[in-house]
Design a protein around this ligand. Structure first.
Ligand code: THU
Length: 137
């Protein structure tokens, strides 16, 4: 398994850049590409609430911008803090699981679990039966 603990401080730093005036949940994500490079993202909310962007997908966009379509995900860490700076358990949302699957081979996802411990799981275990666009359309 590709470890995520070294990505955690980067995810913490990214969370401090979050634009989250509506939920007040400040989320950061930091990923390691198969190339070894790291990229970060934070959540970016909007007054039109449904168009907010999650930290994980912001990090993926940064990675694709830097590496192009060959980008592959090795590991990603997600950190989240409430308005008092308290760490919050935030496993990736369903949409982000689908986005991670798109770029993942055997990628590891690290996040604070509901029991308060750092949890590392494979992407495939987060999204069983994930959607893949059929090729013969
Ligand atoms: N959020 C993320 O950034 N990633 C997730 O995987 C879960 C949710 C953000 C979206 C929104 O800005 C805030 O957390 C509350 O849902």
């Amino acid at each position: 398994m590709n470890h995520t603990t070294s990505l955690r401080p980067l995810a913490d730093a990214a969370s401090r850049q979050a634009y989250a005036p509506y939920s007040r949940l400040h989320v950061g994500a930091a990923l390691r590409s198969a190339s070894g490079a790291t990229y970060s993202g934070c959540n970016v909310e909007n007054g039109s609430l449904s168009i907010g962007l999650c930290a994980e997908r912001a990090a993926i966009a940064a990675a694709v911008l830097a590496e192009g379509p060959a980008f592959r995900l090795s590991a990603i860490a997600i950190s989240a803090f409430n308005s008092h700076g308290r760490a919050m358990p935030v496993p990736p949302c369903g949409a982000c699981r689908q986005a991670l699957q798109e770029f993942a081979g055997d990628a590891t996802v690290g996040f604070l679990g509901g029991d308060g411990s750092w949890t590392e799981v494979g992407v495939e275990s987060l999204l069983p039966h994930g959607f893949v666009l059929p090729e013969d359309l």
